[in-house]
Ligand binder design. Structure first.
Ligand code: CA
Ligand code: CA
Length: 300
């Protein structure tokens, strides 16, 4: 009888211990889930805030009533959404160098500044020219179909316009590091042989201003009059053939940082009843637009 009681006691103690272990595990799991939920909530709120930053900038860009139009040279602006501070920078893409229309001299200027290597700059300049020109005649340091074939590439020179900035990475032997250095200076939406210095970001001003070979001339006219008229600002903004902007927004919530970027074209005619078209939307930044240096970031 005593032995049976002893056995029952051991069993009971064992069961209590097991229950305690299960309860402990359960509470740890709950704590873990709460932590994950908080992180997930922060992630959602940060993303929502960053997206609202894009729409805020877009609203400013299309607004005809703005007393002080937003800077479009990548100068960071701060706005808030649901108590979350957002950093937003808009870049008029005529302020960057167009891969399709940039003159050979201007490509050279920017590439030499960015790479700090005149010989390599000349090579990449010629690779760009051969990629976009329709002929099969190789530039002195460039590459056409036969050169790509000789290097075991499955494709040749495109002989047509760059469609996106990232296409640069397809050029013969162009490294990822070189691409990351060049990317912040170039676009496919500039539509000019040079960069518009009045809306160029600081890094582009540095690249163009300090080069003796630069073809760019700084226009001394201020970007806008001291007391801007919204109507004239509107007309000026839409006077160009196309107005394309790249907008960057960053929002932080808790331990989460959300970066969103968008390329948008503002419409000048009523063909589509829409004031803008989103050309690209990214859940990341291709580079830090507010960084005045040309050092690439790791979080590409
Ligand atoms: Ca060629
Ligand atoms: Ca070609």
């Amino acid at each position: 009888m005593r032995r049976m009681r002893g056995f029952a006691l051991i069993t009971t103690v064992g069961l209590i211990a097991l229950a305690a272990i299960i309860a402990l595990n359960y509470s740890q799991t709950v704590r873990q889930e709460i932590k994950i939920s908080t992180f997930e909530l922060d992630r959602i709120q940060a993303r929502e805030a960053a997206e609202s930053g894009i729409w805020t900038a877009l609203k400013e860009l299309v607004s005809t009533q703005a007393e002080e139009p937003w800077p479009t040279n990548s100068t960071a602006q701060r706005v808030a959404f649901n108590g979350i501070e957002i950093e937003v920078a808009a870049q008029d893409l005529s302020g960057l160098l167009d891969l399709n229309t940039a003159s050979s001299a201007n490509l050279d200027t920017v590439l030499e500044y960015v790479l700090d290597d005149a010989a390599r700059a000349a090579q990449i300049r010629d690779l760009i020219l051969d990629w976009r020109d329709p002929d099969d005649n190789t530039q002195p340091f460039g590459a056409e179909d036969s050169d790509y074939r000789a290097n075991d590439y499955a494709y040749g020179a495109k002989d047509a316009a760059f469609h996106v900035r990232e296409e640069l990475q397809l050029l013969l032997n162009l490294s990822l590091d070189e691409y990351r250095k060049i990317a912040p200076y170039v676009t496919v939406h500039g539509q000019s042989n040079s960069a518009n210095m009045r809306v160029a970001p600081d890094r582009m001003l540095n690249a163009m201003q300090f080069s003796p070979t630069s073809e760019a001339r700084i226009d001394a006219t201020p970007l806008r009059p001291a007391n801007p008229s919204p109507r004239s600002a509107f007309r000026r903004r839409f006077a160009r053939q196309r107005s394309v902007y790249e907008i960057f927004a960053k929002a932080k919530k808790g331990a989460v940082t959300s970066n969103v970027s968008a390329t948008v074209e503002l419409q000048s005619t009523g063909r589509t009843n829409s004031l803008y078209t989103v050309i690209e939307w990214r859940e990341s930044w291709p580079f830090d637009p507010t960084d005045p240096t040309d050092q690439p970031k790791d979080e590409f």
